[in-house]
Design a protein around this ligand. Sequence first.
Ligand code: SF4
Ligand code: SF4
Length: 403
Amino acid sequence: MDKLKNISFDHCIKCTICTMYCPVSKETPLFPGPKQAGPDSERLRIKSPGLVDSSLKYCTNCKRCEISCPSDVRIAEIIQDAKWRYLKKKFFRPRDFFMSRTDLAGRFGTLLAPLSNFFLKLDLMRFFLDIFLKIPGKRTLPKYNRTTFSKYFTKYMAERQKNFTRELLYFHGCYVNYNDLRLGTDTVDVLNEMDYGVKIADEKCCGVPLIANGYIEKATKNALHNINALSLNDCTSRIVSTSSSCTFALTHEYESFLKVDNSSILNRTSYITRFLYEEFSEGNIPQMGNIGLRAAYHSPCHLERQGGLIYTIGVLKMIPGLELIVLNSECCGISGTYGFKKEYYGISQKIGENLFRQIELAEPEVVITDCETCKMQIEMNTRYRVIHPVSIIKMAIERGREI
Ligand code: SF4
Ligand code: SF4
C-alpha cells in the first residue's frame, strides 16, 4: 500500500518531454528513459511489485525529468523507489556501503589527513580502488580537511557568535565538515557581516547518497535525527545550507520520498542564496568592494529542481565588479556518487561534455557553482577553479576592506 502514496504517475500525459531532457537516456541505450522507467512501468509494478529490472540503476536521480514535466509527475522518485527494491535483492555492496556513509568515510579521512590525501593520490592505491572497489583510477577523489568544520567552529568561532543580535542555524553538510572547511568559515564570516550569529546542530549526513545507493532505512534514520537536532528546544531560527542537495533533502526528499514529517523545519529552511537574496533585497548587504572578476556560472540540477536558480543569480548580480556568464543549463554528469562508480564513469563523463565545452568557450577566470560534486566534476574536466557563491561574496567583502 505504501507505493500508492505516490500516485503522480497517473498524471502522465505521455508527452515524452522528460525523455528529451534526461541526460542518461541521451547517452546510453541501456536506460529506457524517465517516461518508460517511471510512470509507464509503475502501472505494471503496482500489479506485480517484483517487476523491477536492472536498467533502473542507470538513473542518476538528477531530477531533470521532474523539472521538465508539465504534469508534475514525481518521475525520479518513482524510479528511485523501484530501484531500491531492485538493489535490495543484492548482497552486501561494500563500495556502495562506504561511499554512501559519508560521515564514516569523512571521519576516517579527516582523522588520518594529510596521510589519507597522500595515499589516495598514489597510483598503487588508485589501482587497488579500481580493481577491488570499482572506483575508477582516473577519477579525482576529494581531499580531506585536517579537522572537521564542526570542531573548528566550536573551538574558534562559536564564542563570538553571541555578539550578534540575530541568530541562524547553519546546516553545513558532510562536504563542508570533512572536505571544505574554508566554505564553512566563509559562510559564518559572511553571515556575521550581516549581523547574524551562527549556530550549528548535531547533524548527520542529509541522506542524499544513502537514497541514491538504496539505503532507505538508514536515510530515514538520518532524516529523523536531523529534524530533531534542528528543532531541539523548540528552536525556531531560520536554517540555511550551502549545499543545494542537502537543502533539497531537508525540504523535499524527507517528506516526499522518505515520508518523514519535516513540518518543524520546512518553512524555516532555505538554500543560502535564497536567504541572502531576501536579506540583500531588504538592504542588509555586507560592505563589498569591486571584485573585478569574470566568472561562468553553472546551475546544479538539484538547485534548479527546487527553484533556487533565480536567487543565486540575483545575489551574484549584486556583487560589484562581477562579470557573470550564465551557462546554458546542462547536467555535469557526476550526480553525487554516480560518477565515482566504474560502471557509470563513461556515461557520467559523456553527459558532462557539453558543459565542459561551454566553460572552455566562455574563457572565464573562475567558475561558480552551488554544488560540491559539480565542483569536483568541473575541476577534474576543465582547467578552471570552481568557487561557491558565498566564497565569492567573502572575496568581495575582503576586497572592500582593502580599499
Ligand atoms: S532523474 Fe535524471 S537520470 Fe533519472 S530519469 Fe530523471 S532525468 Fe533521467
Ligand atoms: S514529461 Fe511528465 S507528462 Fe510528459 S511523459 Fe514525462 S512524465 Fe509523462
